[in-house]
Design a protein around this ligand. Structure first.
Ligand code: GAL
Length: 881
């Protein structure tokens, strides 16, 4: 074992700091690690199977199959994740072998050619028959078939070959050469099927059937094979699926102990004895590749693995002067990689890389969460997995953009509400230093919607939960597991018993992390609360809606040893750039439809004064006040960081909107005013001030138009057309400056903010002129020509001075020349029913978005043009390299 040298440590530390604070936007889409898996010299190949699929969707069942008819053949796919009796496949021919779509000679030339990740519903149209507003009004229902050829070459004859599907929505059933070989119903889960016994030499036909019922979710679930798919080729004796488990203990800046278990599987016909060696390297933050230097290694273990069997080896090693993983800005998210090699008589037969971090996380009922001994207040957001106008089809750059915006706001934590995220989400969280509450279920045995997970809970909760933890437990970002959200019949004894059973599974799979559920109604002393390691409160902590009778103290008193946090807070609502009058004088109001109530049902908008919330939620200001009054509360996960598809409360009725109003950031990625309310609190050291509303109100001359300012300063003076409207100090329990009786006159309104008596920040709005032209801004001027990387291009409708016209809604037409295309457009309006792939899009509150992707193998300039009737056209060039 060797230590990193002082210079190497210093260099690494500097480069990590640079990476974290300066370079993140430029490193976007950096190579995912581990990087060696596609390298055959190491005995393992992990090959993307994303390209070259044929696809067809059917709104009525085309094949008479159903999960019920396939179930007995699918259940054995769960066997590695079941502790008790394994499922035995029935004898006889599995079902579906006579279905035409599984036949190699079926003519699928008329089917759509698609590459994965693929969300069949996102292209619309909206108002799909039978699909609720809650589910986003997009055609996610129906049966989808995917077909593809797999070729096994002679050199792969002796290999074990697996199909790894990171996520398929839902009820996946897989046929190889006409034979049903398994599947996995939960659409958010990742799963593996062993193809080895069924593969022929040469071409093989892989056919995958998915089925989504109506009413299977409370949000937009997406549809299709929406995450990556891999073919894994290994020696029959190899490190198994999720075959390493790394934990750390005795963590300090001087030393840490790393513990490792390696599962070795032997799918071959003869017993094999292998040497297992694991080395630890630092991961280079810039490239995601392991450093040359071996910073520690585990003692070699020799293990005899019987044919068809599995053996585990465990060991520990010390790392001196470890570079710890922790959340910025106080800490750095340093990562290591454990490289495990299996050798037989000195020949490497498998190499398996496990990125991990060295950190300690402690939970204290009064201090909250500490990472490496340093208290960290949880400033988190909940998010669903969709990527707005891109749907649920995984795109790492789009995910990264979401996390970058949250980081800019000062957020340090993420809750994966309410299902397992894409593996890439956790890689990003590791790399960027977010703390993650990894959540798996929204329902157990009792349903929330007719066709949700309750239908398969009895058979699948155990394998889903075990597979989820084994997949994710090496991620240093994960600080706790959540195994339920607002479970129906929450206070009942049956719920408590289920919680205990699920808790038991979690402790078996990962004894190092606590677990929780999100409770919105169960009280202290309920069997559910008793079963939890962490008290997760949705809304009830601060008091539902206008109530200020919150439950923090009651839970804290009942469970003096347990951390309490807001697993979900706020559920505040707004549409970006919408200001409705009059404005409530309180610090919170339940949203309603009509003047003074925050909502306007004529065009489905909610006011962005950021004071309105659902009847169960609270404005951010109200949540902050409750948290400050209860300093032992470990923090909050706001509902939600980003707007998401579906659940368009308060306009989820029959003729309403299609995406949420909850986000701090809108669906297109534009910051709502709320962003700055959180930033003011979460980045107290950042000099910033944000003034609202805009100041172009031809119809409001002479009318009271309140001005509010969000700032990290403590005192502020407002000027209206140069005249002071008063200087205010922000008192305890106040989170905004507000001048509620300003009378609008055209001109300007500006604020000077102070902190500790010194000037701290300024902001201003002024009356802008008529729309004259457009401007285009690309978030990245250069992207990789790999068919995946994206540039997000913002178009603004501007006046003759280049100022955005705040309420502009001009119809914009986009076009592209060069080696790229616009994959989606959006504007952040939850009620815009124009399909996402449309190349025309109305601006909303002055802005719209076009998402540009370079073609695979592209290099050169992609020119994006935006035009609108009566306005000057704009152009931006993006270089593909
Ligand atoms: C919560 C629920 C979330 C979302 C939210 C909207 O009760 O856990 O999934 O529905 O309400 O306010």
């Amino acid at each position: 074992m060797r230590e990193a040298t002082g210079t190497a440590r210093l260099f690494h530390r500097l480069s990590t700091i640079l990476l974290t604070f300066l370079l993140v936007p430029r490193l976007v889409g950096a190579r995912p690690y581990p990087v060696h898996w596609a390298d055959d010299n190491n005995g393992r190949q992990r090959i993307s199977l994303n390209e070259g699929w044929k696809f067809s969707r059917f709104t009525s069942n085309p094949d008479s199959l159903s999960y019920d008819s396939l179930k007995s053949w699918i259940l054995p796919s769960a066997n590695n994740f079941i502790k008790g009796d394994k499922h035995q496949p029935p004898s006889g021919t599995p079902p579906g072998s006579n279905v035409q779509y599984v036949q190699p000679d079926f003519d699928d030339r008329d089917w759509e050619s698609v590459d994965l990740p693929h969300d069949w519903a996102i292209k619309g149209p909206f108002n799909a028959p039978g699909v609720s507003g809650g589910m986003g009004r997009l055609p996610s229902n129906g049966v989808g078939w995917y077909r593809r050829t797999l070729t096994r070459s002679p050199e792969d004859e002796d290999k074990s070959i697996f199909l790894d599907i990171d996520g398929a929505m839902s009820y996946a059933a897989v046929w190889l050469n006409g034979r049903l070989i398994g599947g996995w119903p939960y659409g958010y889960a990742s799963f593996r099927l062993d193809l080895t016994p069924y593969l022929d030499g040469g071409d093989n036909l892989l056919a995958i059937r998915l089925e989504n019922a109506l009413d299977n979710s409370r949000w937009y679930p997406g549809a299709g094979i929406y995450r990556n798919v891999w073919l894994v080729k290994v020696n029959p004796t190899h490190v198994g699926q999720y075959g390493t488990y790394i934990t750390t203990s005795d963590v300090s800046e001087e030393k840490a102990t790393v513990h490792l278990t390696v599962d070795v599987e032997n799918g071959g016909a003869s017993d094999t004895t292998v040497d297992v060696v694991t080395e630890i390297h630092l991961l280079d933050p810039a490239t995601g590749t392991p450093g040359e230097e071996v910073v520690a290694q585990f003692e070699k273990a020799t293990v005899a693995v019987p044919a068809g069997g599995k053996m585990s080896v465990s060991g520990s090693t010390a790392v001196r002067n470890p570079l710890l993983w922790g959340p910025p800005p106080e800490q750095e998210p340093n990562l290591y990689v454990a490289t495990t090699r299996l050798t037989v008589n000195g020949t490497v037969i498998d190499t398996y890389e496990t990125p991990f971090g060295i950190r300690s996380v402690t939970f204290d009922a009064n201090q909250g969460v500490s990472v490496n001994g340093k208290p960290v207040k949880i400033w988190g957001t909940c998010n669903h997995g969709d990527l707005g106008s891109l749907g649920t089809a995984l795109n790492t750059r789009a995910l990264e953009r979401q996390l970058e915006a949250l980081r800019e706001m000062g957020s340090n934590a993420l809750r994966t509400s309410h299902n397992p995220p894409a593996p890439e989400f956790l890689d990003l969280a590791d790399r960027m230093g977010f703390l993650v509450l990894d959540e798996i279920f929204d329902t157990w045995a009792d349903r929330k919607t007719t066709n949700d997970f309750h239908a398969i809970f009895p058979d699948w909760h155990e394998p889903d939960l075990r597979a989820f933890v084994r997949r994710d437990r090496n991620h240093p970002s994960i600080i706790a597991w959540s195994y339920g959200n607002e479970i129906p019949n929450q206070s009942g004894s049956a719920t408590g018993a289920t919680a205990q059973a699920l808790h038991g599974i979690l402790v078996e799979e990962d004894p190092t992390r606590p677990s929780t559920c999100a409770m919105n109604s169960a009280g202290p002393g309920s069997p559910l609360a008793d079963a939890l390691d962490i008290i997760g409160l949705n809304y009830q902590g601060e008091g539902l809606g206008t109530s200020t009778d919150g439950s923090f103290d009651r839970f804290h008193a009942a469970y003096p040893g347990k951390v309490v946090w807001s697993s979900e807070s706020a559920s505040a609502l707004s549409t970006r750039g919408t200001y409705l009058f009059p404005v409530t004088s309180g610090n919170h109001a339940d949203v309603g439809d009509g003047p003074g109530q925050g909502g306007d049902g004529r065009d489905y908008r909610v006011s962005a004064y950021e004071l309105y919330a659902t009847s169960w939620g609270s404005s951010p200001d109200k949540v902050f006040a409750a948290h400050d009054a209860h300093p032992y509360v470990a923090g909050e996960f706001v509902w939600t960081g980003w707007d998401y598809l579906g659940e368009p409360t308060p306009y989820d009725g029959d003729d309403g909107a299609r995406s949420s109003y909850f986000g701090i950031i809108d669906l297109a990625g534009f910051r709502k005013d709320r962003f700055y309310l959180y930033q003011a609190r979460w980045r107290p050291d950042l000099p910033m001030a944000h003034l609202l509303p805009h100041w172009t109100w031809p119809d409001r001359v002479g009318q009271v138009t309140p001005v509010h300012v969000f700032s990290s300063g403590d005192e502020a003076e407002l000027f209206v057309n140069g005249k002071s409207a008063g200087r205010q100090k922000r008192g305890r329990g106040q989170y905004r400056f507000r001048w509620d009786d300003v009378v609008y006159q055209p001109g300007n309104v500006s604020v000077v903010v102070y902190k500790d008596g010194e000037e701290w920040a300024r902001d201003a709005r002024w009356t802008v002129g008529k729309a004259k032209g457009l401007t285009l801004t690309a978030d990245r001027a250069e992207i990789r020509g790999d068919g995946r990387d994206l540039s997000f291009v913002t178009v603004a409708v501007v006046d003759e001075n280049g100022d955005t016209v705040p309420e502009a809604g001009n119809a914009i037409a986009f076009s592209v020349s060069g080696p790229g295309r616009i994959v989606a457009t959006d504007n952040g309006d939850p009620a815009d029913m124009t399909e996402f792939p449309s190349l025309t899009r109305k601006a909303f509150s002055g802005l719209a978005l076009a998402i540009v992707r370079a073609d695979k193998g592209a290099s050169g300039d992609i020119t994006v043009t935006a035009s609108a009737e009566g306005l000057e056209t704009a152009e931006v060039v993006i270089r593909a390299a």
